[in-house]
Design a protein around this ligand. Structure first.
Ligand code: PEP
Ligand code: MN
Length: 336
């Protein structure tokens, strides 16, 4: 739609789409509203829409993913997590432990994130663990501790929904629902996330191509949830100097093809504490919308991912140095 299009114009286009028996996706933007059409069995003639009031252009999307593509929406999408914009001018910093372990641990983490200048708190209450004997998370008790940490610090909460079964509960407490790498192609979970009314952070699968990643996001948007943040967290390669290989070239590749914001997780991306700070800098330099970083008040005693978790002081250094990088590349970043 044009920047001048009224809500009545948008509504008229929506009604026309629905009259044809298709689904209309109204995706708002800062300047212009984009309207996607799904459910059409074949091609629709753009001329059907071209002359309606307020329509700037009607185009056929050539990509297999539709709603996530830049063809449908040219402007960057900015996803707001409890008022914190992700995908705008400033880099968003999310820090916290891999797992919520206790009330004290998550409160201490939250204070450290806030003190460092971070805006969002991460921490899993339901953990996808390689071994069934490893710590699986505190469940609802962990979600309550996260809510307490939010209450005290005002930080928005990012936490994982592991399956459809616990999704409702996670949605109730979270400000942003994480879908983990191992679940990137869990299609029933993606469909459930499409019905959520909270933002979703979708992590790239361990061996997912860019197209598979974007198609997974398409599941969520096609369900009517347009608040999706993509997250690069490393892919599996032959390299053994790191746990995964952080694929930073996916950042500009996503930005070319999609309007969705992409953030980077250098913690799982490298799996080694000493590599997190340099790769965080590189991620911001490459244009990441934000960072997801594991930080623990006492990493050596962590119940999961301690070897890649930063000490609070190191997290503060990441925020400070990445803010400086953001300034250099002309992002509107306050210096921390
Ligand atoms: C996590 O964020 O702690 C996590 C398990 O991430 P991933 O799904 O990327 O492995
Ligand atoms: Mn982890």
């Amino acid at each position: 739609m044009t920047a001048q299009a009224t809500s009545a114009d948008v509504d008229a286009v929506r009604r026309k789409i629905e009259t044809l028996g298709f689904r209309a996706h109204i995706i708002p933007g800062a300047q212009r509203t984009a309207i996607g059409i799904t459910g059409n069995p074949g091609a629709i003639d753009p001329a059907e829409f071209q002359d309606l009031n307020g329509v700037a252009e009607a185009i056929r999307v050539s990509k297999p993913y539709k709603l996530v593509s830049r063809e449908v929406k040219k402007e960057n999408t900015v996803v707001s997590i409890r008022g914190v914009p992700v995908g705008g001018a400033a880099v968003a910093f999310c820090g916290g432990p891999c797992s919520v372990e206790s009330r004290e641990q998550i409160l201490e983490s939250a204070r450290a994130v806030k003190g460092a200048g971070g805006q969002l708190l991460r921490g899993g209450a339901y953990k996808p663990r390689t071994s069934p004997y490893a710590f699986q998370g505190l469940g609802e008790a962990g979600l309550k501790m996260l809510a307490d940490a939010r209450q005290e610090t005002g930080l928005g909460i990012v936490t994982e929904a592991l399956d459809v079964e616990n999704f409702d509960l996670v949605e109730e407490y979270a400000d942003c629902i994480q879908i983990g790498a191992r679940n990137m192609q869990n299609f029933s979970l993606l469909r459930r996330a499409g019905r959520a009314r909270k933002p979703v952070l979708l992590k790239r699968g361990i061996s997912a191509t860019l197209e598979e990643f974007l198609m997974a996001a398409e599941y969520i948007l096609s369900g009517g949830n347009y608040q999706v943040i993509l997250c690069e967290r490393g892919v599996r390669t032959f390299a053994d100097h790191s746990r995964n290989t952080l694929d930073l070239s996916v950042v500009p590749a996503v930005q070319r093809l999609s309007h969705l914001p992409i953030v980077v997780d250098p913690s799982h991306g490298t799996g080694r504490r000493d590599q997190v700070h340099p790769m965080a800098l590189a991620a911001v330099a490459a244009g990441a919308a934000g960072l997801l970083v594991e930080m623990h008040p006492s990493p050596d005693n962590a119940l999961s991912d301690g070897y890649q978790s930063l000490y609070p002081q190191q997290f503060a250094e990441v925020v400070r140095d990445c803010s400086a990088i953001a300034q250099v590349i002309a992002r509107k970043q306050p210096l921390v």
